[in-house]
Design a protein around this ligand. Structure first.
Ligand code: TXA
Ligand code: MG
Length: 318
């Protein structure tokens, strides 16, 4: 990955305006929330979202949380419900994320949802975050602003410890008060606690007037292909295809692959390939392919995450 000069921006009006401009250009900005610093990118821009995974060095594509400035913006992306309304009235803005059914045609990259039909949304309370979201005016995808496997940052200096030279800017808003990632409440089905946090399961149960259970299937998650919350195509997937076989849908990678149906990146660029991955799998799948043959993708940098996702898509299913 090429090194870039990471700007350190003050959380004043000019700093926030600059941060919003960087987001608009598809750049990455780390910003404070009341939980931890988030690594923000334009959630509607495939390439910006691919760069989030690249900067973090994440070996797999986990779905990301989308941050918004107000309720109307949230309702434009997800299918709202009475339970969501009740939880929002009690805990938003604040350290709670809700997973809700994604609205069809919502302008969010498939790389944000990892191809799922649900979306994690959050309305942070931190004033710097709110001002940035308002200035940008669109959904911002943001995992914690640290390299994969390192602890979540609660100060701008922590962000720079692992991401200096990998992102365009960090907006310095001082210390995060909660210091622990947001509680995640699943509302795409029965109310479920997907991640514990400052807002407790008891508090959620009280407010919603029904039990909120912790997810029980944690143990099953590590096995490839078994992650229930991950998109898998209907088609079978054949990996490392060295040739094309009759009747297969062809997913290429790299130059000189003129005869494939879709090419993840004709230039052989892994950021571009990641940005196209879920979109192209969906497209070949909905065109009715029985088998999708995928050319080898180099197992370096973002290629590790791409191959992780592809091997899950190719794993045997019942
Ligand atoms: O406090 C926070 O939530 C921080 C700040 C920056 O807002 N963000 C954060 O994002 O922790 P991240 O990407 O590290 O955590 C996202 C979590 C993942 O564990 C993922 O499994 C879950 O949210 N998630 C996202 N979308 C989901 C979905 N559609 N269904 C189920 N889980 C989802
Ligand atoms: Mg994290």
């Amino acid at each position: 990955m090429t090194q870039i000069a990471t700007q350190r921006l003050e959380a004043d009006a000019p700093g926030i305006a600059r941060a919003a401009e960087i987001l608009r250009q598809g750049g990455l900005v780390a910003f404070p929330t009341e939980t931890v610093y988030g690594l923000g990118g334009d959630a509607g821009n495939d390439r910006a979202v691919a760069r989030i995974y690249e900067a973090k060095g994440r070996p797999s594509f986990n779905p990301l949380i989308v941050h918004l400035a107000d309720l109307d913006a949230v309702k434009a992306l997800v299918i709202w419900s009475d339970l969501a309304e009740t939880a929002a009235a009690a805990f938003w803005p604040g350290p709670l994320t809700m997973v809700l059914p994604l609205r069809e045609g919502a302008p969010v990259s498939k790389l944000v949802t990892a191809g799922l039909d649900s979306l994690a949304v959050r309305l942070p309370a931190n004033p710097v975050a709110r001002n940035l979201l308002r200035a940008f005016g669109g959904p911002v995808a943001a995992p914690s602003a640290n390299r994969s496997g390192r602890i979540s940052p609660t100060r701008a200096a922590h962000v720079l410890d692992t991401l200096d030279g990998r992102i365009e800017a960090v907006l310095d808003g001082g210390r995060c008060e909660v210091g622990l990632e947001s509680t995640i409440l699943g509302l795409a089905g029965k109310p479920t606690l997907l991640r514990p946090g400052r807002v407790t399961a008891e508090a959620l149960s009280d407010v919603l007037g029904r039990p909120v259970m912790a997810r029980k299937d944690r143990e099953a998650i590590s096995a490839p292909g078994q992650l229930a919350s991950h998109y898998a195509p209907k088609a079978r997937v054949r990996l490392n295809a060295a040739d094309w076989r009759e009747g297969e849908a062809r997913l290429g990678f790299g130059p000189g692959e003129g005869d494939c149906d879709l090419n993840l990146s004709p230039a052989g660029d892994l950021v571009e390939a990641a940005a196209n991955l879920f979109e192209y799998l969906h497209r070949l799948d909905s065109a009715g392919a029985e088998v999708i043959a995928v050319m080898p993708v180099p197992h370096v940098g973002l290629g590790v995450a791409i191959n992780d996702r592809l091997s899950r898509a190719a794993a045997p299913r019942d």
